[in-house]
Design a protein around this ligand. Structure first.
Ligand code: ATR
Length: 277
């Protein structure tokens, strides 16, 4: 029988994770079947105990369960504990162990697409202070010792996240207009807000005209392939990166935790673009 894997969350119907993991299972001759398990917020406890009973070998976790699941696991990796969110769970010997591969997934995408930025230990601005921002900002601050400033609509959340990043590097909390005025301080600007998911959103979340030439602009969204934020950055002549590399690398790191194999990622990105995006 094939080993069982999957994704829990809601809504998840449009997730590319089954296509990605099932492609890799076939590619590497590993017996596995990755499925979508829609789980509403109120059904998480029951779903986790069913997953244990069904001996699902590994699963991903997405909205709205990334934080709530922590207390239901037998063990949580230290980085995931610091981030306060889990996106990958391994079941071994009847125990559930939680990890977070989102932030490292973003970092690996950055390393592959723009290696020169990593070597320079850039000053980074993260826009947004939600769950995705926490994974990315804390990973970049911890792994690179990079200065990571946070700007967010709700200021108190920016203050809390920049304080958490401050444990690893200098970090500041900013309002949108402050961030706009001092955009020339940053080599990398990352939009983690969900605004670009709205098809009617036609304005960049902040004005980008103060950025120095060569500043890299990244967005965690991969569909649409260019949010208004990335379109504006491109119009101003900046290099840009969308969220597809992060999606594929966070998946590859999860796949490695489940199977011991780190799968090929560039081919996967091209496959997803060709088939689904
Ligand atoms: P995720 O897990 O994707 O990060 P989240 O935790 O709900 O989702 O966070 C969404 C982020 O997008 C937050 O930083 C949110 O700002 P607030 O903290 O002020 O709510 C930001 N966001 C969403 N819609 C926004 C909008 N219209 N304008 C500005 N920021 C927005």
């Amino acid at each position: 029988m094939e080993d069982k894997y999957g994704l829990i969350g809601a809504p998840i119907a449009h997730s590319l994770s089954p296509a990605m993991h099932n492609f890799w299972f076939e590619e590497y001759g590993i017996s596995g079947d990755y499925r979508l398990y829609p789980v509403e917020k109120c059904d998480l406890v029951q779903a986790v105990s069913r997953i244990k009973e069904a001996r699902v070998k590994g699963f991903n976790v997405t909205f709205p369960h990334k934080t709530a699941i922590l207390s239901l696991l037998d063990e949580v990796d230290e980085a995931a504990e610091v981030i306060g969110a889990v996106n990958t769970v391994v079941q071994t010997g009847g125990r559930l162990i939680g990890y977070n591969t989102d932030g490292i997934g973003f970092l690996k995408g950055l390393q592959r697409n723009f290696p020169s930025f990593i070597n320079k230990r850039p000053s980074i601005l993260v826009i947004g202070a939600g769950g995705a921002a926490r994974s990315v900002a804390l990973t970049l601050a911890r792994a690179m010792g990079a200065r990571v400033d946070i700007c967010n609509r709700t200021c108190s959340k920016a203050v809390a996240l920049s304080a958490a990043c401050g444990a690893y590097s200098d970090s500041d909390a900013l309002k949108f207009d402050q961030a706009e005025r001092q955009l020339d301080r940053y080599q990398v600007v990352i939009n983690t807000t969900s605004i670009g998911l709205n098809p009617d959103a036609d304005h960049s979340v902040i004005h980008l005209n103060r950025a120095l030439p060569g500043t890299l602009f990244a967005d965690l969204i991969y569909s649409p392939r260019r949010t208004a934020f990335l379109r504006e950055a491109e119009r101003l002549g900046h290099p840009v990166m969308n969220g597809l590399s992060m999606l594929v690398y966070q998946g590859a790191l999860a796949f490695q935790k489940w199977t011991g194999v780190f799968p090929e990622t560039v081919k996967m990105e091209n496959h997803l673009i060709k088939m689904y995006l």
